[in-house]
Design a protein around this ligand. Structure first.
Ligand code: SAH
Length: 443
């Protein structure tokens, strides 16, 4: 950390601005907004620093600025000289004012343009009404303390209120209703039941997460996740959220499905906001359906947030159009998962003209898949591809016929999640990929 960030209490305190012109006036204005009694002087004299809590220099003679910096430093008064880092005891951040909420951004003085860009983004992301929400919550502070003396419980209730309907009402400008909602929420207290959100984490890279998934990750008390969820996605979770890993590695279940269901129910019953984070989409070969059934049977509210499933991410990665007017009129998602070594796939309906097959969990059973498809009449020349870690930075692809893929798969795989795509559309992707390579590296 380059600097130590703090917020100064300046109400009724004296502040000195040495300089003239717009910048000095702006600094004086900011200090006044923070409640300081500001003296602006064109020239520095040591007496001006008496009793000051802070001093700023801007647009004055060099000698004045040097004297100000030296005297303030000697007196232990924080000093800033605009655009002169060497003379500064503190630096001014870019400020986003959502009083009583204040957001300050700094690059330690190294990248002011970046800081400004970031400020603009934060301005856009934090609605002006956020300040009103903070003020509303502040108004209930004493009530909250009295009703919910336990700190952890109070935090939980407050978080629920600040991310729930009361907050939506504030943002919509319906303050009176928001007040009522807030009061009711406090009365309900920690007894309010928790909820489970089944969130699709997408294929790997954090920027393929949905905005709704991102918001819920920032709000959840507990994150229950499995192996396919990328670290980048997990890093977006609230810092102090509890993380529980229930990963599965092919047949080696870390926690059996019934155990996961029970865990989710128990956490929700304890009043917690639970995000069950699953790779890809929760309802595509993710056993999300079983979890929803278990939760509903236990009377626990749940919501599902879709995610980008592997087939979509892998196809996009390789420029393979899953449907294409000329070559693919349907897409079928199938699982190559085996039970006791046997593949439970009904092959004949899969072998149709103009279709794309996306096989999940198919790398181990690839030889059986090929045999089944060929026996059902698939043309052995049908183009196919293995795509490993699609949608993640370390993605790779291997193209060929199914025979070629079967022969090379074991040596080729690096152990990441792998999808098999089969159909004429795969050849379109190959053509695009070649053309693209040619554009990037002209002969
Ligand atoms: N719910 C997930 C799928 C879970 S099943 C989804 O919607 O994507 C696990 C299988 O999905 C893996 O064996 C692999 O076949 C596939 N898979 C998941 N993520 C993948 C990725 N990033 N790249 C390739 N295949 C992936």
């Amino acid at each position: 950390m380059q600097h130590f960030p703090i917020f100064l209490e300046l109400h009724g305190r004296r502040a000195l601005v040495v300089g003239r012109g717009d910048i000095a006036a702006r600094k004086a204005g900011l200090l006044r907004e923070a409640g300081a009694e500001v003296t602006v002087a064109a020239q520095f004299s040591a007496a001006l620093l008496d009793g000051c809590a802070i001093a700023i220099g801007a647009d004055a003679e060099e000698a004045e600025l040097l004297a100000l910096a030296a005297a303030a430093r000697a007196a232990g008064i924080p000093v800033n000289v605009v655009d002169r880092p060497a003379l500064c005891g503190f630096i001014m951040p870019a400020v986003i004012d959502r009083a009583p909420l204040t957001i300050a951004v700094s690059s330690g003085g190294v990248a002011p343009v970046l800081t400004r860009l970031l400020r603009a983004r934060i301005e856009a992301a934090v609605p002006p009404a956020f300040g009103r929400l903070a003020a509303l919550a502040a108004g209930f502070r004493d009530t909250l303390r009295r009703r919910l003396p336990d700190l952890a419980e109070r935090r939980r209730v407050l978080e629920r209120l600040l991310t729930g309907r009361a907050a939506d009402l504030v943002f919509a400008g319906r303050e009176a209703e928001a007040q009522a909602e807030f009061a009711a929420g406090i009365a309900e207290g920690a007894a309010a039941p928790g909820m489970v959100f089944l969130v699709g984490a997408g294929p790997g890279d954090a920027d393929l997460l949905t905005l709704r998934g991102l918001r819920l990750l920032g709000e959840a008390d507990v994150i229950v996740h499995d192996r396919l969820v990328g670290d980048g996605v997990l890093a977006l979770a609230r810092r102090d959220a509890e993380r529980i890993y229930v990963g599965k590695i092919r047949a080696k279940h870390c926690l059996p499905q019934e155990g996961i269901n029970e865990l989710l129910i128990r956490l929700a019953r304890a009043g917690r906001k639970v995000v069950r984070l699953k790779g890809g989409d929760p309802f595509i070969f993710g056993r999300g359906g079983e979890e929803v059934e278990a939760l509903r049977a236990a009377g626990i509210a749940c919501e599902v947030v879709p995610g980008v499933t592997a087939a979509l991410a892998c196809a996009a990665q390789e420029l393979i159009p899953l449907t294409h007017r000329a070559v693919a009129r349907t897409v079928t998602l199938v699982t190559g998962h085996t039970h006791d070594g046997r593949l439970d796939v009904d092959f004949p309906p899969l072998v149709r003209a103009r279709t794309t097959l996306a096989v999940y969990m198919g790398i181990v059973s690839l030889p059986q898949l090929r045999d089944g498809l060929f026996a059902a009449g698939m043309d052995p020349a049908t183009p196919a591809a293995l795509i490993e870690s699609g949608g993640a930075p370390n993605h790779r692809a291997l193209r060929g016929t199914l025979d070629e893929l079967v022969a090379q798969a074991q040596a080729w795989t690096r152990g990441g999640p792998t999808l098999v795509l089969i159909g004429a559309a795969v050849a379109r992707g190959a053509a695009h990929a070649e053309a693209q390579a040619a554009i990037r590296e002209p002969a």
